[in-house]
Design a protein around this ligand. Structure first.
Ligand SMILES: [Zn+2]
Length: 69
């Protein structure tokens, strides 16, 4: 058996920056929005007006509120 660590061991500075960027993105974009006006759905960093019809009648659900699976 070889010792293996799940944590990335040999990332170049570029890859590390990319990895951190994705992680930050996942933390930031964590609100699921649903437009009650036109049924458009998207994810954003916070509740915002509908991208599709501009309605403010938007339902916003934090992604962490979704049950697993
Ligand atoms: Zn809409």
């Amino acid at each position: 058996m070889t010792k293996k660590n799940d944590w990335p061991q040999q990332l170049s500075p570029e890859e590390l920056a990319e990895w951190r960027r994705r992680f930050a993105e996942a933390n930031r974009v964590n609100v699921f929005c649903h437009c009650r006006q036109c049924d458009e759905e998207w994810v954003a960093s916070r509740k915002e007006a509908c991208h599709h019809c501009g309605s403010l009648n938007v339902e916003a659900i934090a992604c962490w509120q979704f049950p697993d699976g």
